[in-house]
Design a protein around this ligand. Structure first.
Ligand code: ADP
Ligand code: MG
Length: 379
């Protein structure tokens, strides 16, 4: 369903998921005069603090989620692991309004479906095979070769649900771990020997206009995003490739809102090659830099798109480095907070600072990429 006119201020945006992404969507929505309702099973979710009202219930509680969806003016989500049939039901329900639809959400819930779809529209992904059993794994290891990565098709995040298989001894040494992963469907991917990783946030509105955010260059530590640098140090050819791919995904996926796309850039003897790693049908950690470094943030743009208004033309205002603050990084925060000029510290107020848990992020702004890179030495 399309909105015939934009949603007015004071109407309510419902967000499924009330973690830090939900919180940052909520802050943008509040700034624009909307009310916000959030939904999450965790009673201490950080986005509740910035919600007009919230509901604590399981993501697969059909009654509760339907009631929530019907009681808000527009529904969105901060995370993709919502029960598939339930989200379809909501998308079809005439009392609910889910402008994003269910297509991209359903595609990106499953790594195999996502890769099949990307391949079907002619976009490059690393070699992969579906793996449902030990036998499949044996066969896939022959076709894909080593090194490879075994991943669960569903529910993986921050590098969880993945096993690296570097050589043939790994298969025996990691047997138990592999067996546990194979209790649910998996996919075996060729390990890409990338030069660098990058990502782009693409936004699209109801009328089909697409706007891209600047591409960020990303560093991951142990499968978790560590930092994003913008502008990315990539060639114009790669930039053009990424832009074409992002537009194609937004159009073929009938995107409304914001979507994050992760890429691997590999250097081959015949030149550089881009592969799509994965999609996130929502604002994404690697787009947090846009809060301070762009005229409109990814969260602002998402709210604009789902409320039926025309997108902003995105401009980068400054070179920027975004560094995530994990639980173990918290002792560094005081020094940055007190002494660093042009650094904006975001703290999500998520409670206990566990190792590996995203507690906040810092955005460093400076006049050149070289200067912002120097800030990374703080880590
Ligand atoms: P998640 O959903 O946890 O973000 P990803 O598939 O993006 O899972 O994996 C996390 C990180 O692990 C990637 O950003 C990349 O650094 C590394 N990685 C994942 N798959 C591959 C691959 N096929 N080749 C090389 N590195 C990979
Ligand atoms: Mg990823």
């Amino acid at each position: 369903m399309k909105l015939s006119k934009p949603l007015a201020p004071s109407t309510t945006i419902g967000i499924v998921g009330a973690g830090q992404l939900g919180k940052m969507i909520a802050c943008s929505a509040q700034k624009m005069g909307y009310k916000v309702a959030t939904y999450d099973p965790n009673p201490t979710s950080c986005a509740f603090a910035v919600s007009n009202w919230y509901k604590v219930a399981a993501f697969n509680d059909r009654e509760a989620l339907l009631e929530f969806a019907r009681s808000v003016d527009v529904l969105t989500y901060e995370f993709e692991n919502i029960d598939g049939p339930l989200i379809e039901e909501i998308a079809q329900d005439t009392d609910c309004f889910l402008p994003q639809g269910s297509k991209l959400l359903l595609l990106s819930q499953n790594r195999l479906t996502e890769k099949n779809w990307l391949s079907s529209i002619g976009l490059p992904v690393v070699n992969y095979e579906a793996v449902l059993s030990q036998d499949d794994l044996k066969k896939a290891l022959t076709t894909i070769g080593l090194p490879a990565i075994l991943k669960t098709t569903r529910l993986g995040y921050d590098g969880k649900g993945q096993i690296r298989i570097t050589d043939s001894t790994d298969v025996t040494e990691k047997k138990e771990e592999i067996n546990r992963l194979l209790e649910s469907p998996c996919v075996l991917e060729a390990k890409c020997s990338f030069e660098l990783e990058c990502s782009v946030m693409v936004s699209r509105d109801q009328s089909g206009t697409t706007e891209l955010f600047p591409i960020s260059e990303n560093v991951h530590h142990s499968g978790i995003l560590h930092s994003s640098l913008v502008p990315a140090r990539i060639s114009q050819v790669i930039r053009d490739d990424i832009h074409l791919m992002a537009r194609k995904i937004a159009e073929e996926g009938q995107l409304v809102g914001v979507l994050g796309i992760e890429f691997f850039i590999e250097k081959t003897p015949s030149g550089e090659k881009v592969f799509i790693n994965e999609l996130a049908p929502r604002p994404h950690n690697s787009g947090h830099y846009s809060i301070e470094a762009c005229n409109f943030s990814q969260f602002d743009q998402h709210v604009v798109a789902i409320t039926g208004r025309p997108l902003a033309s995105i401009k980068l205002l400054s070179p920027v480095l975004m560094v995530n603050l994990l639980g173990q990084d918290m002792p560094l925060v005081k020094d940055i907070w007190q002494n660093e000029k042009n650094a904006v510290v975001h703290l999500y107020q998520k409670g206990e600072a566990k190792v590996g848990r995203k507690m906040g992020h810092v955005t460093f702004l400076d006049s050149t990429v070289e200067k912002v890179i120097k800030k990374a030495d703080l880590w």
